[in-house]
Design a protein around this ligand. Sequence first.
Ligand code: ZN
Length: 236
Amino acid sequence: MEDTYNVKAIILSRQPRGECDGRAVVYSREAGKLELVARGVKKIKSKLAGHLEPFNLADIMAVRGQKYDYVGAAVSQECFSDIKSDLTKLAAAGRAVKLAQELTKPGVPQVEIFELLKDYLETLEAARKDSEILPAFFTLKLLSALGHAPELSRCLSCAAKIQPGKNRLDLARGGLICAKCAKPGDGNQLAISDDSIKLLRLALKGDFRELAKIKVEKKLAAEIGEAVEKFLRYNF
Ligand SMILES: [Zn+2]
């Protein structure tokens, strides 16, 4: 008898494998990141192909194999058609699944990361076109789930509670440094506004549905986007 298991998963990517097969990388609720071979998905009449498109949330029955596991059956629960038909949303979703694929280890289930991906895609699907802050919030929450949340309440040098003012985000130490301890000459210490700090704190605590309602000005969104990106690149 075949050894099978069922997972609920977000499809992160799919690549061709040989003449007619595919290789799908998924993030599952039950088993974390998995790589599965999907037989016959390049054939015109393939029923599996549509269910295994990137971003889809699908119920998958996987079959354990000697060299690799493969997809026995798959049924998509959500296809995120609005994301797939909007270039801005497509880019935002594409970046999120790429990060999840790059930064997570195979076979290590973290329900938090599955839920984060699902919430993000659902929020993006329903979002207005100008919610450009959401990708930075996703990155921050993913970093947090991976154990790299920045310290935003106390100074990492003197442990004093962070007050409004000229604080800095220290990439090397992983969080805020107060105005007294800041060394403006240090290239790893970024200037960061009080508004950015407030939003980053909200992002770490809040869920995407609430975060999507916050109206953020372009300049502030750009500042947060840059800070989060530098934080990400410093850690990975
Ligand atoms: Zn300090």
